[in-house]
Structures are given as structure tokens and as C-alpha cells.
Design a protein. Structure first.
Length: 640
């Protein structure tokens, strides 16, 4: 019996070992067979590990061979672990580009060791080696991508994990840049120093040079960017698209040039502003004069609320004040998907925009023009004077009178535009002697009818009621990573502007890629709860202030009715009125506390629900599923 038991045990061990070896062999064989096959299931919400449709369109329509060279110091002893982990993600994404692009994509992975040919190639491509310690004593590490085609090269000099969400867009844009027949020529027109420059007079030795706005830096990567002087009067004929950022104090000659640019089919994207906060931050403060676009807008049938700002209770942004207190600022609007026209491809994948003191567009476009509202406020908004925007959020909310309609914050006009200068090119006042010959030529042109009176072909103009949204402090967070300045988007403001430029220039494949770079989404439910509570707060505050004014009026009337010779400062009647008011004040404050408590309870309840769903729900479902499986097995075993 004992010998039989030992034999069975030996057979069981041999069977187990054989089973393990067979299973291992099967896994090895399957791994060898399936290794060339790339199968993945992307469960992320935004499909971060799957190429977007825009990238696939770019890669499938390539008519040239594009070379991708990935430089990665994989053998560097000092390579940080987080960069090694990120490198595997980069390799996966490059493999997806190669898979989708096929023969049109040549992918090479190079390991630039010190004093190697790979290191020389990296330096020639513009890939910069970065030290991993603060003293710079170790060997530099290389971690970048060079994209080249037809003698042109675009470089991502050093890949930062903080910008991982933008990597696909950066690669797709680099491929588009090097494979394009020619770059679109983009003109920048602004009364603000968006192109960079000196913060003081250039003759001063200590004047500091300010960098260009980040929007300009991004545009230069994909467009041939040129500056159009605001004080000039000409627009080069080879400019395809114009980006105007707070174009103030423009003369009639520049307005005429813009008018003719639009009429001959040029594309215009204008960020206007009734109250430019970014201009106040510039040193010295730019003297920009008055609103300049009025003449053009009037010809198109559009009016802009210059000097008046849209304040919105529902879309108000919670900001920290000068004294550390957090308050709702109704002039700083956080727009979500519900406040955008997501039917437009340029806006379809955006999540959150932040507007500072925006203006409103109104009116009915003239015959031949079609208007599309791109961005709008909620129906709990109203207009306030620009000087009121300098007050506190509580003060603005107290005086706000909602008009119960949605205000158009950005619009697109398309179709046949009429001229704003039916009499032709305007003449400059008091021309100098040396310019008289030029004026004679202009007068001859005017008589000959050499200017356009209506569009020669359909045009497109996009008007946005805020320019501050493009200011660096309001759209990106800049930092330093291994000696490299990087900018991380804090909202979709930058993406909105870049998408609109791409739309006007005709390159729409980058839309769906770019917006994956940010993950900011406004908490719309919490925002509506706060707006509801603030409406109740303001009602109580206004009621309390009305009662206070009423009591003060009664006290003044009683004071005037005092009889001569009465020595008491307050009569018994006045003291009774004051006592009643104090009771009402205490009651009103109790009601305010009750409203605040209810708001806090609703927000806490929502927060607890989200925490439960995100943390506890899945483990509970797993436990329930395990119990159910165990119960089924026990039932089957009992029946057997």
C-alpha cells in the first residue's frame, strides 16, 4: 500500500513537471509565431496609444519617403529610470508610425555612444546631448527624433515625459513640415509685442529682450511667419493667412490693405479685445489707441462690444484673489464642449477654453455672408463696462444683470465680402512733398478702378472676442527640463488658435491630433451648483443691502423729526427700528450660512460619489464576481 502511494506521488510530480514544461514550450512557440504581429487593445479614454485619424491620413497620403531617426542613449549608466520608461512609449509610437506609413516611412533607432558615428550623426541632426546631473560631469545623454525628407529636416531635440501627450502631434507636424511642397506664409499683425522685443528703449544698455509669445514660437515650427507692421499700409501679395492679435490703432491705409486682402480671397483670423489685460502687463505699456476694426465689421454687418465685457455667472472661474481668498470671477470664463460648436472639426476635440474679459459679436451679416457662432456664453450672462471688470468678483456679481441669452464670443464669416472702402484707397492727411508722386499714382489707380469692391472669390474671416487667451500666462505653464525650456498647455487656448490657423491654411489633418495634448475638463456639474448658490447669495445680499438702505432712510427721517431740546442721540423709535434691523440682519446671515452649507453638502456628496466610483466600485464588482463564481462552482459540485 505504501509503495503504491509513493508510486502515485511520483507519477503526480512527473505529470506536473511535464505539464509545466509543455506549457512553457507552447508559450515559447506562440511567442515566436506572434512576435511579428502587433496586437494591442487601447482601453484609455482618449485612445492615447492609438494613432488618431489625422495621423493616419497624413501617413497614408505621403508621396515622398520620410526618414525618422530616433536617438536614444540606451546604454548610458546615468539614464534616469523615468526616461527609460518613457523611451519604450516613444518606441511603440514610432513603430505605429512605421506600420501605418509602410514603405514611405524609414525608421532607424540609433544609440549615440561617446565618440561614435551615431553621436556625430545626432549632433549633425541638431539632437542635443543633455547632462543628467547638475554639475554636468557625466557623459551627455541623447533622447530626440530627427525627421527629414527632400533635404529638409525637422528636429525634436529632446523629448520630455511631461509633453508625452503632445508627442504624436509633434511627430505628425514634423512629417507634414518636411514633406510639404512649400510652407504657408503667415502674417502676424498686432499692437502688442507678440514677436518679442525689448522691454525698454533699445538705446539703453540694460534693456531686456522679451521672448516671443509661445503661440508665435509654435507657429514658426510649421509656417513661414512674417510680421506686418501695424503702422504700415501694405500687405505682401504672397501672404496666405493673417493672424491679428489685438490690432489697435490701425490707420486707414492698413485697414484698406486688410479689406483688399480679404476681398482677393485671403484668410483672416482676428483676436479682438475690449479690455486687454495682457497689454497692461507689457513694459512699457503699449499706447494702442482706440478700436480699429469697426469700419471693416460695419461693412460686414457685424458689431463688436468694444468697451463692454461679457460677464457670465455660470461660466465664472474660481480664482485666488490678492489676499489669498478664492472667489468666482464672472469676467474670466471657462468654456466647455457645450459652449463650442463641436460640429466644426477645429473645435471637435477641444475640452476647455479660458477667456479673460471677452467681448461680444452681434448684428446680422450682409447678403452674401454666412455666420457661424464658434464660441458662446451661457444664458446666465450680461454685459458690463470695462472699468467694472477691475472690481472684485463679488462686486461684479452683485451688479450683474443677466440678459438670459447666449452671447457670441467667436464667429466665423464666410462667403462674398463687400468692401469697406467703396471710394477706393484712402488718402493720407497732409502728404509730404516726396510722397506726392505716389499719391498721384494712387489717385490714378482709384480713377481706373484698380481696387476690389467685392470678393473676387469666397473668403473666410474668423473673429474672436478675446486676445488675452493667447498670452503665455493664460495658456501654458513654462518650466525647465534638463536645461530645455518646455511649455505645457494648461487649457486648449493654444490648440484653438493653432487649429483655426490650420483650418484657414487648409491643413485639417492635425486637428484631431493636437487636442490630445491636454486633458483639462471643467467640472460642469460643480460649476452649475456654484452658480446656483451664488445667485441665491447675491439675492440675499441685495435684499440685506436694500433693507439697510431702508432703515438708514427711516433713521434719517426720524432724525429730521426730532423736536428742539431733545438730548438723546437716538430716540426710542430709532432704537426700535435699529433692533428690528439687527434681527433681520441676523436672520439673513443665518439663511446665507444655510445656503452655503447646502452647497457644500451637494458638492461633497458629488465628490464622494466620484471617489466611490473611481476607487471602490471596481474592487467591489471583482469581489461580487468572485463570490458568484464560487457559489456556482459549489452548486455544481454539490449536484455532481
Amino acid at each position: 500500500m505504501k509503495s503504491n502511494w509513493k508510486t502515485k506521488k511520483r507519477v503526480a510530480w512527473i505529470s506536473s513537471a511535464a505539464g509545466i514544461l509543455i506549457a512553457a514550450a507552447i508559450l515559447i512557440i506562440l511567442n515566436a509565431i506572434l512576435k511579428p504581429v502587433s496586437l494591442r487593445w487601447d482601453c484609455t479614454e482618449d485612445k492615447r496609444y492609438t494613432l488618431s485619424q489625422g495621423s493616419e491620413n497624413i501617413l497614408k497620403h505621403l508621396n515622398k519617403v520620410v526618414s525618422l531617426r530616433f536617438y536614444y542613449s540606451r546604454d548610458a549608466a546615468d539614464m534616469p529610470v523615468y526616461l527609460k520608461n518613457y523611451a519604450s512609449h516613444v518606441e511603440d509610437l514610432l513603430a505605429e508610425f512605421k506600420r501605418c506609413g509602410g514603405e514611405k516611412i524609414q525608421l532607424r533607432q540609433l544609440n549615440p555612444k561617446p565618440d561614435s558615428d551615431e553621436e556625430d550623426s545626432a549632433v549633425l541632426d541638431g539632437i542635443s546631448g543633455r547632462p543628467t546631473d547638475m554639475f554636468g560631469s557625466g557623459d551627455p545623454v541623447y533622447f530626440g527624433v530627427a525627421v527629414s525628407c527632400g533635404g529638409r529636416t525637422a528636429v525634436l531635440p529632446f523629448l520630455s515625459p511631461e509633453n508625452e501627450a503632445q508627442l504624436e502631434y509633434d511627430l505628425a507636424r514634423a512629417i507634414t513640415e518636411v514633406s510639404a511642397e512649400k510652407k504657408v506664409r503667415l502674417g502676424i499683425l498686432s499692437s502688442l509685442p507678440v514677436m518679442g522685443g525689448f522691454s525698454g528703449p533699445q538705446v539703453m544698455m540694460n534693456s531686456a529682450r522679451m521672448p516671443a509669445w509661445w503661440i508665435i514660437t509654435e507657429l514658426k515650427r510649421n509656417y513661414d511667419v512674417v510680421e506686418i507692421p501695424a503702422a504700415g499700409g501694405e500687405i505682401a501679395p504672397d501672404i496666405d493667412v493673417i493672424l491679428a492679435i489685438h490690432p489697435q490703432n490701425l490707420g486707414d491705409e492698413m485697414l484698406f490693405a486688410l479689406d483688399q486682402f480679404v476681398l482677393r480671397g485671403g484668410k483672416l483670423l482676428a483676436f479682438l479685445d475690449p479690455f486687454a489685460v495682457s497689454g497692461m502687463r507689457q513694459q512699457p505699456y503699449p499706447q494702442t489707441g482706440g478700436f480699429s476694426f469697426g469700419r471693416l465689421l460695419k461693412a460686414w454687418g457685424i458689431t463688436f462690444s468694444d468697451g463692454r465685457i461679457v460677464a457670465d455667472r455660470k461660466l465664472a472661474t474660481r480664482l485666488r484673489g490678492a489676499y489669498g481668498n478664492v472667489e468666482s470671477m464672472p469676467t474670466v470664463l471657462t468654456l466647455g464642449k457645450a459652449d463650442m460648436d463641436t460640429a466644426l472639426p477645429a473645435l471637435a476635440s477641444l475640452n476647455s477654453l479660458l477667456l479673460f474679459c471677452p467681448g461680444e459679436f452681434s448684428g446680422t451679416p450682409v447678403d452674401g455672408l454666412k455666420q457661424t457662432v464658434l464660441l458662446h456664453s451661457s444664458d446666465d450672462a450680461g454685459l458690463i463696462a470695462s472699468f467694472e471688470a477691475q472690481g472684485s468678483g463679488e462686486q461684479i456679481l452683485r451688479n450683474l444683470k443677466p440678459e438670459h441669452r447666449e452671447f457670441a464670443l467667436a464667429i466665423q464669416l464666410s462667403g462674398t465680402f463687400p468692401t469697406a472702402f467703396p471710394d477706393g484707397r484712402p488718402s493720407a492727411a497732409a502728404p509730404a512733398e516726396k510722397d506726392r508722386e505716389k499719391k498721384k499714382e494712387e489717385s490714378s489707380e482709384k480713377k481706373a478702378g484698380s481696387f476690389l469692391k467685392k470678393s473676387s472669390k469666397a473668403g473666410v474671416v474668423v473673429l474672436v472676442g478675446d486676445a488675452d487667451m493667447l498670452f503665455d500666462s493664460f495658456c501654458v505653464r513654462q518650466g525647465n527640463f534638463l536645461g530645455q525650456t518646455i511649455a505645457q498647455p494648461i487649457n486648449d487656448n493654444l490648440n484653438f488658435a493653432l487649429n483655426m490657423v490650420d483650418q484657414l491654411s487648409g491643413d485639417e489633418n492635425l486637428f484631431a491630433i493636437r487636442a490630445r495634448g491636454t486633458s483639462s475638463r471643467p467640472f460642469t456639474v460643480v460649476r452649475e451648483l456654484q452658480a446656483k448658490a451664488e445667485r441665491e447669495f447675491q439675492g440675499k445680499i441685495v435684499q440685506l443691502e436694500d433693507e439697510l438702505r431702508s432703515v438708514q432712510t427711516q433713521i434719517s427721517d426720524l432724525q429730521r423729526q426730532r423736536k428742539p431740546g431733545e438730548k438723546e442721540l437716538l430716540s426710542s423709535e430709532q432704537r426700535r427700528v435699529l433692533a428690528e434691523f439687527r434681527k433681520k440682519e441676523v436672520q439673513a446671515r443665518k439663511e446665507l450660512k444655510q445656503v452655503r452649507r447646502q452647497l457644500r453638502q451637494e458638492i461633497d456628496s458629488l465628490e464622494n460619489t466620484l471617489i466611490f466610483v473611481n476607487i471602490a466600485l471596481v474592487p467591489i464588482l471583482v469581489v461580487v464576481a468572485g463570490i458568484a463564481v464560487a457559489a456556482v462552482k459549489r452548486r455544481r459540485s454539490s449536484h455532481s
